[in-house]
Design a protein around this ligand. Structure first.
Ligand code: FPP
Length: 256
């Protein structure tokens, strides 16, 4: 947990691009959907570990608006898995104080998934330990366009109005699967996010990986465009586990 400017503990907003399910399955001679199923189990492990690591908001990219381009059988399997997951996890979420919310477009989802989302959201609405946001049919550019549209409709387009509509700023963004890109995820909210990449495929991600990512986040120096109290020496940040620079640990973007 970090201290906010008011001295109260700031609970982190972590966001994760859960990439690598397909490659994980392929490496085992399994269908891609088996990778997504194993990915859902990794998601459950991550949600359980998050609150004790100081994470108050966790946003997970489950289905991008561009994922409709995948083969129909994979899309249908993912939608069914999502609905099953929401149903099977709701009881545990209520017990653990997890407030589940789905962000993204709703109008293209099937009736079964839409019903599972509505039930999960209303059953867990009182959860205060972790705000879990699952992005489904989500596009960061569409989310910004929609926020602007709504603000314009209300008669005032301003930075604060858009921030309120879009959600809290991301503190750390983790992407598994070895790629280093944003893929249209939380574009506005990630303005000052610390980016952390893991070569691990998402189904292999566990609580220790999340803990390592949070530790790496705390080792970074966030300046938000300002200058540090003590000037930094000019040597360039290293890649890999991190090195000392003016007493602060400087880390690369890779977690492993
Ligand atoms: C990216 O891996 C992953 C997805 C497109 C889906 C993410 C879904 C889950 C983690 C499981 C289902 C979610 C819930 C909420 C139950 P990829 O398929 O692009 O992997 P690849 O890059 O190796 O092909």
């Amino acid at each position: 947990m970090t201290q906010s400017t008011h001295g109260s503990p700031h609970r982190l907003h972590a966001a994760i691009i859960m990439d690598g399910n397909g490659r994980w399955a392929l490496a085992r001679g399994l269908p891609r959907l088996a990778g997504h199923r194993a990915g859902a189990a990794a998601l459950t492990r991550t949600v359980e570990a998050a609150p004790d690591l100081g994470i108050g908001v966790l946003t997970l990219f489950a289905f991008s608006s561009d994922n409709w381009r995948r083969p129909p059988a994979e899309v249908a399997g993912l939608m069914q898995l999502l609905a099953e997951h929401l149903r099977s996890e709701t009881g545990r979420a209520v017990e653990n104080g997890v407030h589940m919310e789905v962000i993204g477009r709703r109008d293209r989802l099937g009736g079964e998934l839409a019903a599972a989302i509505a039930e999960a959201e209303s059953a867990t609405a009182a959860g205060a330990r972790l705000h879990l946001r699952i992005a489904v049919d989500y596009s960061g550019r569409d989310a910004i366009a929609e926020a602007v549209r709504q603000a314009a409709h209300a008669g005032l387009v301003c930075r604060e109005c858009l921030e309120e509509q879009l959600g809290p700023p991301v503190d750390l963004l983790i992407r598994t699967g070895g790629e280093q890109r944003l893929s249209d995820f939380l574009l506005w909210e990630c303005a000052y996010a610390e980016l952390i990449f893991s070569r691990r495929m998402w189904p292999d991600f566990d609580a220790l990986d999340l803990e390592a990512a949070v530790r790496q986040f705390h080792a970074r120096q966030r300046r938000f465009g300002g200058v540090p109290a003590a000037p930094l020496s000019p040597d360039l940040p290293g890649h890999g586990p991190g090195h000392q620079r003016n007493g602060a640990v400087v880390t690369g973007a890779w977690l492993d």
